[in-house]
Design a protein around this ligand. Structure first.
Ligand code: ADP
Ligand code: MG
Length: 323
């Protein structure tokens, strides 16, 4: 397993998974699947958070972990232009996790559910060695309005809603042994899903959309691969989270390592036709680049005119250590 990356592994699973067709509007390979149930679109996603891989219990409270377990799935709903409705929880509970801690976990999940208007409707609890929380979220979307990763076309503009680099900069500060900037650490603890913006971008005619979980560059590359296009992005237009540039300077690293390569940002990246940019901006988006013809590639353009390949700047849990 050690030399097999997450994406290579998922690719090997594709023979076992259903692709779009008939009532399956969006199959595997997107942020969430979409099923057409007699004209009503049901959007479905699951994400698992594992202790010491996705969070550290000395950095995140149990309520933070609960919030995040819901938020990352809600973010996948947002990336389809869907609105979350209900969630179920799978809890792997180690003996050390007492009932009060489990209640705090559920307090955090409830807070996130209130924030984005969904309800927890059940789950499963098993005794396990390590703490892991799996949340499955269902959402509503018009079947023909779901925004896939695959619709970007040359000439489209690339827009971003949300801030980039916060979570990864905080973790880099901690690894370097310096106190993490609380604002950045909060991005790691309490990510924000952009449901209203996702719906607004869908309404603005977004041709493709993804949420940033692996890193801006890696996730933009997913859109390029699914759409069969290339992307060029201006480094200085990328919306860095407040504190990222200062953190990068203090650590003596290129801020783009966090902004473009970071991960765990849960910003939305969408492509829209040029005439859709004003509506996207009204939804809180900033324009950062454009889609061009070419084999799938994502390129960062620096202020001096030089360019950098964004491939390989993302987070892959099989290859990198967790928090
Ligand atoms: P995201 O970051 O948006 O949650 P992932 O990178 O986790 O997306 O997954 C990409 C795609 O691969 C999704 O369509 C997801 O359903 C699918 N996928 C990931 N892991 C598995 C798995 N173990 N079995 C089946 N499908 C998977
Ligand atoms: Mg996603």
């Amino acid at each position: 397993m050690s030399n097999l990356g997450e994406f290579e592994l998922i690719a090997r699973l594709s023979p076992f998974l259903a692709s779009a067709g008939d009532d399956l509007v969006v199959g595997h390979g997107d942020d969430a699947a979409v099923i057409d149930l007699d004209g009503r679109g049901v959007c479905l996603a699951v994400d698992v958070l594992v202790d010491e891989v996705h969070f550290r219990r000395d950095l995140s409270s149990m309520a933070d972990v609960g919030w995040k377990a819901v938020a990352v799935n809600v973010s996948d709903m947002a990336a389809m232009g869907a609105r979350p409705t209900v969630a179920v929880v799978g809890l792997c509970r180690p003996p050390s996790l007492d009932a009060a801690a489990v209640e705090q976990l559920y307090e955090g999940m409830s807070e996130a559910c209130r924030e984005w208007g969904l309800r927890l409707v059940g789950g499963d609890t098993v005794a396990a060695q390590a703490l892991a929380v799996s949340v499955t979220v269902l959402g509503d979307v018009q079947p023909d309005a779901a925004v896939r990763r695959s619709g970007a076309r040359p000439g489209d503009r690339i827009v971003v809603v949300g801030e980039l680099g916060g979570a990864s900069a905080a973790l880099a500060q901690l690894r370097a042994g310096v106190d993490a900037d609380e604002r950045l650490l909060q991005a790691h603890r309490r990510p924000v899903a952009r449901v209203d913006a996702g719906a607004a971008l869908a309404a603005a005619g977004a041709t493709a959309m993804i949420d940033v979980s692996d890193g801006f560059g890696a996730d933009l590359l997913h859109v390029c691969e699914a759409s069969g296009v290339a992307a060029v992005v201006d480094a200085e237009r990328l919306p860095a989270a407040a504190g990222v540039h200062e953190a990068a300077r203090a650590l003596d690293v290129d801020p783009m390592v966090f902004v473009a390569g970071g991960g765990d940002d849960y910003a939305l990246v969408a492509t829209v036709a040029a005439d859709g940019v004003p509506a996207a901006e009204a939804a809180g988006a900033v324009e950062v680049g454009e889609v061009i013809q070419g084999s799938p590639a994502a390129t960062l353009r620096l202020p001096d005119g030089s360019t950098r390949d964004l491939a390989g700047m993302g987070w892959d849990h099989y290859r990198q250590e967790g928090p």
